[in-house]
Structures are given as C-alpha cells and as structure tokens.
Design a protein around this ligand. Structure first.
Ligand SMILES: [Zn+2]
Length: 436
C-alpha cells in the first residue's frame, strides 16, 4: 500500500513537470531605443526609433513610440546614438595575421601549426565582432586547412564570441601559381591553397571541400601582374576557362557560390565567362566585363584599402606594379559604379593586421566615388544579398536577426565614424556596450 502511494505521488510529480516543460516558452521582449536608425535599402534615416527584440530576432521597429511601462521592461538606451544593421565584411581571412611581404606569409605557413593559427583565429573573430562586423565571409584559410569550419562551429556553439561566418575553407589554384614558392624542388613545402589541375580535379576538390564544411568555393584566377603601355593591368591567368567552368558548375550544382580572386584583365574575364558569383579585388576590369557583371548580377568586392596597405612594402621589395595598381583600381571603381555593377564591402583583413579596424575601407569607398549611404549599403543589405542571407541580416526589420551596431554622431555626414562603433549586438545579445 505504501509503495503504491509513493508510486502515484511520483506519477503526479512527473506530469506536473511535463506540463511545465510543454508550456510554450516565449522569451520576454527587450527594447532598444535609437536616436536615429539608418535603413540602408531605402537610404531613409528614422528618428527616435524603438526596436522590439524577441529572442534572437527583431519583432517590431517603430518610430516615435514609447516603450511599455513596468519595472521588468529592459530598455537599452541608445538615444544619443545612430544605429545601423550589423556590418558585413565579405572578404576576410581570420587565419592570416598580415602578409605585406612573402616572408610574412611563409613564416606563418612554415613556423605556425594549424592549431596555433586557429588560436590566433579566435582573436581575429572576436576583433571582427568588436569592430561591429556581425557577419563575415571568410574567403580561405591560407594553408590552415579547415580551421575556419571549426571557428564557425565554436562561435555557433557559443564557445567563443564572433560574427556569423560563411567560410570558403582551402580555396583552389593551379600548380606553380600560389605560395609557398621559390623553394628547392627537393624540399616539400605547404601551399596556401588546395592545388588543383584539370576540370575533373576541380570538380573533386569542390565535392571534397563542401563535404568538409565549405559554404563558398574560392578560386584564384590570375597572378603576376603588369601594366601594359596602354595602361591596362595584365596578368597570367591560372585556370583554363574549361577548368573554371567545371569548378563553377560543380559548386552551383550543389547550390554553393563561387568567389574568384581576379585582379586583372584575363583573370576577371575568365571568371565572368565561367559565371562566378563575385569578383574579388578587380583592380582592372574591362568595360565589356563590367557590362556582363551588371547583366548577370555578378558582385564586385573591391578591397581598396589593402592595396594601399601592401603597396609600399611590396614596392620596397621590388614590385613597383603595386603602386601603379592603386590608380588603376580607383578608375575601375568609378567605371563599375557608372556601369551599375553590384558592389559589396570587403576588406581582405588578415592580408593586413587584425589590429587595424577593417571599417577603414569605408572612407576609401567614398573617396573613390560612392555616397556614404552607398558605402553603408555595400556593407549591409548588398553584402547580405551576395551571401544569400537577405532574409536574416542586412537591415533592421521584423523577422531578421537582431544584429545591430551603434555609433555617436552621424556616419552619413562623416563615414569615418564607422571606425568608432561602440555598441554591438548580435542575435539580441549585447557584445559591446556603449560607455555612458
Ligand atoms: Zn583575400
């Protein structure tokens, strides 16, 4: 009898616990008050905005609304700040710590283990988020294998802070085209890419990289740059058009996109012909290729600042072409804008030191001819389009992630202010809080 009574009581307890668990768990609303909110798609600036956040996502955006009263209501007061959607850098290398010269690069690949590079990578992703980049596309690990997949996993599991990541893993180039190079044939050295020759090897590498976690496929389409007498930046194309087409076709068959490092005439042309999704760097792009890019919706990720950053060092090491490339790049940027090519913000940070805020790119984009709102759009809604994440990030709107940054002053009046972001929220969680 006694045993039965205990048994019944036990059942009761279980059913109460089950009922509690089954009750729908609606997280309490939280609120952010912004003095101003920049909406990149329309270019509209809303004043005195109340953003309601539920869980990871935005529930509502209201102008001139007062927050609900009550002691339990949590309001983050940014009424003296301008808010923007979390920034997106579509060209980063979290596993690289600056490579002005070949020696800097070789040192990292020869003397640092992948494990050590991944540890440094945890610092890079935290810095990205500190700067206000809540989403990044990391376009290859530079010899650190699949460590980008692991960094992304650690961020998504809440082990380390960092932005949302789209990763390209190892990237591809042909034999003899990518560092490390210049070593004795008897000495096996690592390469900063997966070396791939022929269409079939290209398809196989795409399958392999995707199976190990690549979101994007990255190819290097040209190398060895020189300025022709007529001012055109020429190159040696790496892959044949057949090889590139095979890689792009295989990636697209698997619903993955392709980013192509292409800085000059032939690399860009072959990439555009093969149907890649973004041209990285694009220091020189022929007029006909700009036209095709605009027609096909191929993105241009210009990475202006890094060119100036590496130019002095590389010129001092004997490669004067890097100084000439700066002027050519500026002209190409103007022509791309005029041709209506879609442009996404990308910096190549990692190619320069992660201690430098990649938002330094913004003033260059404006100097090269964008309006401030165009530059902001490139780093928010346009970048989200390129990444296929337009339903989740790129603007502050109901249903999207509560990825939000804020700065004192008006970045549309002074774009350099974006280097001074002092509030960062990712997925409704405050990562960096404005000092009051
Ligand atoms: Zn790069």
């Amino acid at each position: 009898m006694k045993q039965l009574a205990t048994f019944v009581a036990g059942l009761l307890l279980v059913s109460v616990a089950a009922a509690q668990e089954a009750a729908p768990k609606v997280p309490a609303n939280r609120y952010v008050r912004c003095g101003a909110l920049i909406q990149p798609e329309t270019g509209k600036v809303q004043r005195n905005v109340l953003i309601t956040i539920q869980g990871e996502r935005v529930k509502e955006v209201q102008e001139n609304a007062s927050a609900p009263a009550g002691g339990q209501v949590q309001i983050i007061d940014l009424s003296d700040h301008t808010c923007l959607p979390g920034l997106i850098d579509t060209h980063t290398h979290v596993l690289l710590q600056g490579d002005i010269t070949a020696a800097d690069y070789d040192e990292q690949l020869l003397k640092q283990s992948t494990a050590y590079r991944a540890i440094l990578g945890t610092r890079s992703v935290r810095r990205a988020l500190d700067y206000g980049f809540t989403t990044i596309r990391d376009v290859e690990t530079e010899g650190a294998d699949y460590a980008d997949v692991d960094l992304k996993k650690a961020i998504n599991s809440g082990v380390i802070p960092g932005p949302r990541m789209r990763v390209a893993t190892r990237a591809m180039d042909v034999t003899g085209a990518y560092p490390l190079s210049g070593y004795s044939p008897e000495v096996p050295v690592p390469h900063g890419v997966q070396v791939v020759d022929g269409a079939d090897e290209g398809r196989k590498a795409v399958r392999e990289q995707i199976s190990f976690g690549a979101d994007w496929i990255k190819v290097y389409s040209d190398r060895s740059y020189f300025v022709r007498p007529d001012g055109v930046l020429d190159d040696i194309p790496t892959f044949t058009l057949d090889e590139l087409r095979a890689i792009v076709d295989e990636a697209h068959r698997q619903h993955h996109k392709v980013a192509s490092h292409a800085m000059a005439l032939n690399g860009v042309h072959n990439s555009v012909e093969a149907g890649v999704d973004s041209i990285e760097h694009g220091n020189y792009i022929a007029e006909a290729d700009l036209k095709t890019m605009a027609q096909k919706g191929i993105f241009y990720v210009p990475t202006i600042y890094v060119g100036e950053y590496v130019a002095q060092g590389r010129a001092a090491a004997g490669a004067k072409v890097w100084l000439e490339m700066i002027k050519i790049h500026e002209d190409t940027f103007h022509r791309a804008l005029a041709a209506g090519v879609k442009i996404a913000f990308g910096t190549d940070v990692g190619g320069f030191d992660w201690g430098i805020n990649p938002a330094v790119e913004f003033p260059y984009m404006v100097k090269y001819g964008m309006t401030p709102i165009q530059a902001v759009r490139a780093a928010t809604s346009s970048a989200a389009d390129l990444l296929g994440m337009q339903n989740d990030v790129g603007s502050i709107a109901a249903g999207k992630y509560a990825d939000l940054v804020a700065v004192k002053g008006d970045p549309l009046a002074d774009i350099s202010l974006l280097q001074k972001i002092d509030f960062v929220m990712k997925g409704g969680e405050v990562h960096k809080s404005a000092a009051h």
